[in-house]
Design a protein around this ligand. Structure first.
Ligand code: NAP
Length: 314
């Protein structure tokens, strides 16, 4: 019997957040591939796209959505739930609005459904995404995340973001925001896959009514942050076995596993067959025993951390 998974998570203000969206941090495709992936994804039913100022892909995402409006596949851009992210060099509350307006212009929308703070780390204000000094050291800046959050709230007041949330924040950092927030964060986006469950943090967020989105849900086999020691889900015997028994692919089993934990997924692909495959996760379910088997893989460190970040997360 199939578990009935809602296709949307409902955010506190009533916005429907699709439980599967297209990730777009593109390290494999060339120019135009994100635009084409967005177009194809919308054609086959995706209604959520995750992008970021720092991915330099908001324009391509905007172009893809515009093309689907122009050809009548969607009637209104608001049918697409757009998530984008406030980058580390834009934490200065005084400039958040003018900086975020550039994201909206690139996306060709007046507001996004979800804006999240990308990392709880502030880099030197400005247009250089990765500012470094003459000794090749990152240049940090001291903006309190609580103050940056106030700037995020002001974007909601201005109608530029419908919902606001966080990414890569730990429990202590989230608690600081919850303590002072006028508008509570409605979402946390963090690394989650079978090798790294992030279980405690997920449980904490869900207990506070904060939805959770899994990034790198397929433990990104192409990530440049891999050290070479991390296994690939695509070679994992436990997953191969379950996939074979179910007549599904490993990617589908893994996405389904995460969805059954009540976590939203945003698998990235620029390959049409994979975009389609990753969306086909609602017509089967994993049994408690299969879920347990996958839980046994939860024994590796995160992939998405670089030394300059781990040393400086406030
Ligand atoms: P991912 O979705 O786990 O993996 C993406 C990789 O898997 C791509 O190389 C893709 O290749 C491949 N792939 C996709 N579907 C596949 C399938 N069915 N079979 C085999 N291979 C498949 O990793 P991710 O891109 O790092 O994470 C997903 C999204 O989360 C990102 O794109 C981004 O939007 C977001 N993210 C956010 C943060 C953050 O700090 N908030 C960090 C990382 C990621 P092809 O594209 O070549 O098909």
């Amino acid at each position: 019997m199939s578990v009935d998974i809602a296709q949307f998570a409902v955010l506190p203000n009533g916005t429907n957040y699709p439980v599967i969206g297209l990730g777009t941090h593109n390290v494999t495709g060339g120019p135009g591939s994100v635009r084409d992936a967005v177009k194809y994804a919308i054609d086959i039913g995706y209604r959520s796209v995750d992008c970021a100022h720092a991915y330099l892909n908001e324009k391509e995402v905007g172009d893809g959505i515009q093309a689907k409006l122009d050809d009548g596949t969607i009637k209104d851009k608001k049918e697409i739930f757009i998530t984008t992210k406030l980058w580390d060099t834009h934490h200065n509350r005084q400039h958040i609005k003018e900086n975020f307006q550039k994201s909206l212009d690139n996306l060709k929308v007046n507001s996004v459904q979800l804006l999240i703070i990308h990392w709880p780390i502030s880099l030197k204000d400005g247009d250089n995404l990765f500012p470094k000094d003459k000794n090749d050291q990152f240049m940090f800046e001291n903006h309190d995340i609580v103050d940056t959050w106030k700037g995020m709230e002001e974007l909601v007041d201005a109608g530029m973001a419908e919902n606001i949330g966080l990414s890569n924040f730990n429990k202590t950092q989230i608690e600081r925001i919850l303590h002072s927030a006028r508008i509570k964060p409605c979402n946390l986006q963090v690394e989650i896959h079978p090798y790294f469950s992030n279980r405690k943090l997920v449980d904490f967020c869900l207990s506070k009514g904060i939805t959770v989105t899994a990034y790198a849900p397929l433990a990104n086999p192409d990530s440049p942050l891999r050290t070479g020691k991390e296994p690939s889900i695509f070679d994992e015997p436990v997953l191969k076995d379950i996939a074979q028994k179910k007549g599904k692919t490993i990617a589908q089993v893994v996405l389904r596993f995460i969805l059954q934990r009540n976590i939203i997924v945003i698998p990235k692909s620029v390959t049409p067959s994979r975009i389609k495959e990753n969306f086909d996760v609602f017509r089967f379910s994993l049994s408690p025993d299969e879920m347990e088997q996958i839980w046994t893989l939860d024994k590796y460190p995160r992939i998405f951390i670089e030394k300059w970040q781990s040393d400086n997360i406030t």
